[in-house]
Design a protein around this ligand. Structure first.
Ligand code: B12
Ligand code: SF4
Length: 477
């Protein structure tokens, strides 16, 4: 069979606005590369391609011409909430262009709303819910053999005009059984992360874990509560492919919570050092402030970790408790202090406009960004993504302003989209202004500028800093 996997074309400027969009990330759709690898392993005769319409800057017409040339039997689209509208338009175009092609939707958005998505998209044939590798392979087997799909766990579809939800598929227990993502099908030379994630390109994404046991109320978890990690051997095999085949200078471990299992991370660090990997690449990761200790950080530093992104979210303990973040202000302060002491850069994610957040609490968060003094911050506006506890809490109230999924953007302050969610008593324009102010007040400090001068080494970074600074400057406060 001929299978084409597509990442729909939602560009960086669609998401971050005209100015900030210039430094927005263009990242590998790893989900599609995982699927392609699984198909290759189990269905050797298939022809598979991935079209990353974002990286390739494909317009609808380009995609149409491409599909007319290649004529796939099955097209699969991976869909996050903000790309839903673009994905919808794309499938209608595909159906018009290739009426016999089977169309499959997967990824976070259709996994959260399988029934509604089928109702709203008569041209979608199947929805794959959750982890897609084995589900998609089994679905393809059934389609090719013209069997009934009722035994394929984890799909939703229409039968005799009615929507059928098959039995759910359990998460993959041993994630080492998943083949290494087929990056050779991606335009790897086109990917650039956001400036705060790398010093020197090429810098590529990699995942070493799936699942997160924490309960943050704003988080939509694709991979469930059960934490699973790859073995050290499997991780290093993939790292070596990135270094040797794709000439990676850096790796971004984009796991939700990289350090959940400290012993495993220590073993990984030791193996990186033993194999000399720490001399070939730098790496960065994301984790929680309650999941680091100074000795763990020391080992990470030695193994090549140059920066860590922490989810801080707020400078107010009341709000941290409310969103079930499960961390304390003291833990935040400790983690940033230790990380700085061992010589790893710190980056802090903050959220503006949390439920019930007062103007004074927003200001307190702004002060906290400076007191904590990380190397970088990112302040986004709270968006209740479907499938989260926060969404369920607000969906029937008038604080949720819209179900236009394309507006579910956390960068509304920059992109001029309307705010999706405005906590009671707060003003949308005020929140948008505050998002810009938090960032500008942080970045336009002499201390920040002087500290960052040391990184202005490559044309890439000079351009990124210039565009980032310009975007911050241009935004009206
Ligand atoms: C890397 C990443 C990014 C990257 C790249 C995104 C991309 N296109 O892949 C960047 C930085 C660009 C990004 C941006 C955003 N992201 Co993001 N991101 C992630 C992260 C950390 C990893 C994604 C990943 O590679 N996962 C690993 C692969 C294996 O999983 P997967 O992509 O989900 O694919 C599996 C299944 O979903 C399924 N599947 C996926 N596609 C398809 C297609 C078919 C046909 C089939 C059958 C199956 C299938 O099978 C795959 C294999 O099991 C996830 C968190 C996470 N743990 O997944 C958040 C996550 C996907 N992001 C999220 C969000 C909210 C955003 C933003 C909206 C944030 C913002 N600031 O505005 C933007 C939107 C970007 C956009 N284009 O619309 C949410 C999605 C929520 C939602 N309802 O859609 C997540 C889940 C984070 C979270 N916990 O809340 N993100
Ligand atoms: S925000 Fe991070 S720590 Fe919290 S539940 Fe989501 S993945 Fe887990």
């Amino acid at each position: 069979m001929k299978i084409t996997l597509i990442q729909p074309a939602l560009s960086s400027s669609d998401r971050y606005g005209k100015h900030l969009g210039k430094v927005g990330p263009t990242c590998e759709p790893l989900g599609l590369a995982y699927l392609a690898a699984a198909i290759r392993e189990r269905r050797e005769d298939d022809e598979i391609e991935i079209i990353d319409a974002v990286a390739l800057k494909y317009k609808s017409e380009d995609l149409k011409n491409h599909l007319l040339r290649t004529k796939p039997d099955v097209v699969g689209l991976g869909v996050l909430t903000p790309m839903y509208l673009v994905a919808k338009e794309t499938i209608d175009m595909i159906h018009e262009t290739l009426p016999d092609c089977t169309i499959v939707f997967g990824g976070p958005h259709p996994s959260i709303f399988p029934e509604i998505t089928l109702e709203e998209n008569p041209n979608v044939d199947y929805i794959v819910i959750g982890e897609g590798e084995w589900t998609f392979v089994e679905l393809l087997d059934s389609l090719e053999n013209k069997c009934d799909v009722r035994d394929v766990k984890g799909i939703a579809y229409r039968k005799n005009g009615k929507i059928v939800m098959n039995e759910a598929r359990p998460f993959v227990k041993d994630i080492d059984e998943l083949p290494i993502p087929a990056r050779d099908l991606l335009p790897m030379e086109l990917y650039r992360p956001a400036p705060t994630y790398y010093i020197e390109a090429p810098s590529y994404l990699m995942l070493t874990t799936r699942g997160c046991p924490f309960m943050c109320s704003y988080c939509s978890k694709v991979f469930g509560q059960t934490f699973r990690h790859h073995s050290v051997d499997r991780i290093l095999r993939e790292v070596n492919i990135l270094i040797n085949k794709y000439e990676a200078k850096e790796i971004i471990f984009r796991d939700d919570t990289f350090t959940i299992n400290a012993d495993h991370v220590k073993n990984l660090c030791k193996a990186m050092i033993n194999q000399g990997i720490h001399k070939k690449i730098r790496w960065t990761c994301m984790t929680r402030v309650n999941l680091v200790t100074k000795d763990l950080l020391e080992e990470m530093k030695e193994a090549g970790c140059w920066s860590i992104h922490y989810g801080v979210e707020s400078g107010n303990q009341r709000l941290l408790n409310l969103i079930k973040k499960g961390i304390t202000i003291q833990q935040i302060q400790n983690a940033f202090k230790w990380t700085r002491e061992v010589g790893i850069e710190t980056k802090a994610f903050f959220m503006i406009g949390l439920p019930t957040e007062t103007p004074e609490e927003t200001l307190r968060t702004m002060e906290f960004t400076r007191e904590l003094d990380p190397d970088w911050i990112q302040a986004t506006i709270t968006v209740p993504y479907p499938g989260t506890a926060l969404y369920n809490l607000v969906k029937d109230t008038d604080t949720l302003k819209s179900f236009k999924w394309e507006d579910y953007q956390t960068w509304a302050g920059w992109s001029d989209t309307d705010l999706i969610y405005v906590p009671e008593g707060r003003d949308a324009d005020d929140l948008k202004m505050l998002q810009k102010k938090v960032m500008r007040d942080f970045y336009f400090r002499p201390k920040f500028i002087l500290r960052q001068l040391k990184f202005l080494k490559t044309p890439d970074r000079i351009k990124a800093y210039f565009n980032g600074g310009y975007a911050l400057f241009k935004s009206k406060s």
